[in-house]
Design a protein around this ligand. Sequence first.
Ligand SMILES: Cc1cc2nc3c(=O)[nH]c(=O)nc-3n(C[C@H](O)[C@H](O)[C@H](O)COP(=O)(O)OP(=O)(O)OC[C@H]3O[C@@H](n4cnc5c(N)ncnc54)[C@H](O)[C@@H]3O)c2cc1C
Length: 255
Amino acid sequence: MTVQTAGRRTRRPETRLWRVPVRRVEQVTPRLVRVAVGGDELADFVGAGTDQNVMLYFYPDDVELPEPLTLEAARGLWSQVRPLTRTYTIRRHDAAANEIDFDFVLHDAPGPASDWARAARPGDRLIFVGPSPAYRPDQTADWYLLAGDETALPAIAAILDALPAGAVTRVFVEVEDALEELPLPVPATWVHRASGGSLAGAVAAADLPSGRVEAWLAGERSSMVALRAHLLDERGFDRRRVRPTTYWRRGEAGG
Ligand SMILES: Cc1cc2nc3c(=O)[nH]c(=O)nc-3n(C[C@H](O)[C@H](O)[C@H](O)COP(=O)(O)OP(=O)(O)OC[C@H]3O[C@@H](n4cnc5c(N)ncnc54)[C@H](O)[C@@H]3O)c2cc1C
């Protein structure tokens, strides 16, 4: 299938339900687990690029699921059982190897996605629906501001890959502490929550370039509100060029 482009988003490839075995589980940092799923089940998977994400489906262990489990079959079950759903970014799609990596933040409060990743073992099966359309950075911006917490790291890494060669970037990532920092293809400012740092505080303290900016922001809701307010009210950014997304809300289960 050809992936067509429409405006600033890549048009959605066919939305399907995928049920794919875990191939590998890697503890990347103390609070981040990378789960690689793969197999012939992914032979028809068409990636949408950059920050494409999918909806993970978590069913109670005692539910017997039909084979094959299609999206239609899953919807047919809704009157009896609805899965808990959580949204995750595709960190890497290797079409040749029929493999997808997901990076799961392991947080302290219980949650079906984080708990699943903490216990994941090769052979477990992950169910997901998607992929979503993906963000296409404006290739003509003078510079790019990317800011987010660790849940946004997979998207930030994928967006960086899609920027024009030599693009001017300012990247800010909020993580718990230095142990959570990950390699990125460009320099980044790492903000440590454990030391009282915040995304809005770090961006406010930074000397930013001038010119036409494209700002992509993702993370915890209150952090997004503070950062957006800073960029619009104090920096005077054009609101049409600031794209904040709430990835999670403190004290609230997602879905
Ligand atoms: C488009 C999109 C892409 C995303 N991509 C990723 C991704 O690639 N990797 C990733 O890890 N997350 C990603 N997220 C965020 C993820 O969906 C949420 O963190 C989700 O709430 C986790 O589900 P859960 O079942 O683990 O916890 P939930 O059941 O949703 O929440 C349980 C409790 O944990 C808290 N909580 C949830 N997330 C966090 C967190 N990160 N840190 C601290 N406390 C938390 C909640 O506030 C709540 O109190 C993405 C979200 C969106 C919208």
